[in-house]
Design a binder for this molecule. Structure first.
Ligand SMILES: [Zn+2]
Length: 82
C-alpha cells in the first residue's frame, strides 16, 4: 500500500472517532419494531415515521430510537421549528 493511502486511512479512522464532524442531512432507515418494521425518514431536522403513533404525536419510539443512535449527528429536537 502506498503512503498516500495509508495517510487517508489514518485520517478516516480519526474522522470516524470525532463524530461531531458528522451531521446527517437526510436518510431513511427501516427499524424492525416489536410489532413489525417501520420506515423512518429524516430530512434537515424533520422526522417522519409510518407508524400510527407518529401520526398523532409527531414523535414515536422509532424516531426517538434513531435520535439516540445518532446522538450529536442529527439536529436536537428542541432546535427544530415547526
Ligand atoms: Zn414510529
Amino acid at each position: 500500500m502506498d503512503y498516500g493511502m495509508i495517510g487517508k486511512i489514518e485520517k478516516a479512522r480519526r474522522y470516524a472517532e470525532e463524530k461531531d464532524r458528522i451531521q446527517f442531512e437526510a436518510f431513511s432507515v427501516r427499524l424492525d419494531g416489536d410489532h413489525g418494521p417501520h420506515v423512518v425518514h429524516y430530512d434537515n431536522g424533520s422526522w417522519q415515521c409510518d407508524c400510527n403513533f407518529f401520526k398523532t404525536r409527531g414523535v414515536c419510539s422509532h424516531t426517538m430510537a434513531m435520535e439516540r443512535v445518532l446522538e450529536g449527528m442529527v439536529l436536537e429536537p428542541a432546535a427544530v421549528e415547526d
